[in-house]
Design a binder for this molecule. Structure first.
Ligand code: SAH
Length: 229
């Protein structure tokens, strides 16, 4: 039977998932803990990577290569860029780019390295399932570009630069690295984020205030999707 990976970056992002699943089996591997579990009869493996592109690359790779997951869903929080996104709103990535990848000195665009791509698209089928779940819940689900980088953005100028350069609607620190792994290994993947802050001068305070509630919103939505996969 097909196995589904659900990953987050921080403990707070997977805690609401672990609270809802059954038959949890903890496996320690590579300085981390992986939770095999069952949700509504489906085999899933849950883990949080720790923050940033390097840790999330490691965890996504292990979920696929060691645990044999054939679909990967990411659940977490992000800083909102689009004015349409308020704290607590959900966004799904149609594509992900690395805003801090820069070899523009050689004439390349921001986010590009040779043999890579600036924006990695997510699986269309999973996005369609998400839109069905959203419809059933009576919520609007924004789709857009999510920009990833190894920095917590809490500055309006930086946020505006990322918006203009990548046409991004939200930003975070793991999506594009997970996308790179899944696309290289041909694993359908999906990135969902609930807004915890708006990446401006108040971002650190908003993040602390809304991390838990936004992480819960994202996790609840992901579990509804699992039923339909
Ligand atoms: N407060 C935490 C650090 C959080 S880093 C600590 O002290 O341990 C922010 C995390 O949430 C990352 O995993 C990132 O993916 C996401 N995120 C939310 N808002 C963000 C923002 N404004 N900029 C970058 N990442 C953000």
């Amino acid at each position: 039977m097909s196995k589904i990976a659900i990953m987050g970056a921080m403990r707070e992002e997977i805690a609401p998932l672990l609270a809802c699943v059954e038959n949890i089996n903890e496996i320690e591997y590579a300085n981390n803990v992986y939770y095999e579990a069952i949700y509504r009869g489906k085999d899933i493996v849950i883990a949080y990577s720790k923050i940033g592109k390097v840790f999330s690359t490691l965890t996504a790779t292990i979920l696929i290569e060691k645990f044999g997951c054939q679909t990967l869903l990411f659940s977490g929080v992000a800083g909102g860029i689009s004015g349409e996104l308020k704290i607590g709103d959900l966004i799904i990535a149609d594509g992900l780019c690395q805003h801090d990848l820069d070899i523009t000195a050689f004439g390349h665009p921001y986010g590009y390295v040779p043999e890579g791509e600036v924006c990695i698209p997510t699986d269309v089928g999973l996005r369609m399932i998400a839109q069905e779940v959203a419809k059933a819940k009576g919520i609007t689900l924004k789709e857009g570009v999510i920009a990833t980088g190894d920095q917590f953005v809490s500055c309006s100028e930086k946020k505006a630069w990322i918006e203009q350069t990548f046409k991004a609607d939200a930003l975070e620190m793991e999506g594009a690295s997970v996308a790179t792994v899944c696309s290289a290994l041909n694993v359908p993947f999906f990135i969902l984020r609930a807004i915890s802050d708006t990446a401006d001068g108040n971002a650190d305070m908003d993040f602390d205030k809304f991390l838990e509630s936004s992480a819960k919103i994202s996790a609840g939505f992901i579990l509804d999707m699992v039923e339909m996969i």
